[in-house]
Ligand binder design. Sequence first.
Ligand code: XIL
Length: 366
Amino acid sequence: MGRRISMGAMGLAIALPLAMLGCIKKESVDPQASAAETTPPPLREAASRAKRHVGVALATWHFGEGRYAQVAGRTFDSLTPENEMKWDSTEPRPGSFDFTAGDSLVAFAVENGMRVRGHTLVWHQQLPTWASGLSGDGLHAAMIRHVQGVAGHFKGKIAQWDVVNEAIAEGPSGELRGDSPFSGLGPTYIDDAFRAAREADPHAMLFYNDYDIEAAGSPKSEAAFHLLERLKQAGVPVDGVGFQMHVDPRHWPSASEIQHNMERYAALGLAVEITEMDVPVGEIAGTPAEKLQRQREITHDIVAACFAVEKCSGVTFWGLNDEYSWLSDPKWGRLRGRPPHLPLPLDPDYRPKPMYFGILDALQGR
Ligand code: XIL
């Protein structure tokens, strides 16, 4: 049996974070905000009115801290397991599955009326050693068994699966990535993974998810578009495309380029989502307050661009607060230049940053 993460009696005490937000001095939250913004409504309320989802990636290991669960449950209406549904967590040994951590996040989502985005079935990272050493028919068979086992276990509980994550190479080639064992199976491994996922959980929406495909034009982005076009034409059961949106303000497309790109996927009949958004500020010029203000604008404009597209059903942030961002780990943080990155809507004390109000504005059509 999976350990359930329960908010227990605390689940009812949803007034606490609001009170917590309300007692913060205006200056410490958002120098630009009006007085009305000092007690912000939870993002999920605004999202629900806009008929969209606003999500967060959660990690089981933070649930020991009381406020983590409480703030997550009241602020967001969609949950993505940050690591708990990846291959190394769910199938550590061949054919032997462990759903303990994933089950506990699903239980938490159910308790809090949150949608679950399953992440992720087929990816070249966080593979157990036994799987990364396979190739050819052995790897293909292991992939199908993995998709069937995981999607089958969570059947009926997952709104959207990231079936295949990050299949395409960076750089000019537009090919499948060279550092993935799955690429050796040829491009139809993607078709096979989606078909197996549909069979295992017919009601989940099935997504292709990737980074640096947010704007049209680059070889990687064009390759992603052509891949999705091909899958649709071949009748492969793919329902959506996820734009990770790990923003690097040093080189990032404009909101209008992002919207234009999302629209061409929507025209293929696909849903679009922002699946892993963060906006690191280390390389943004200016004082700390100016950095956070710029972060607010960037976030607002991108979220508004997504919601301007009818088929954009949700936006997910990759972590609950700045401290728990994956970019706090220098291993990943160095990809975004100078720290501190402070890339998320809540600060380490769970206080809403200017970025939070930017999201709220976008959800409210402002
Ligand atoms: C990251 C997690 O946040 C980290 O905890 C883990 O160490 C590495 O993976 N793209 C993805 C996510 O699709 O799964 C990654 O998550 C971040 C980049």
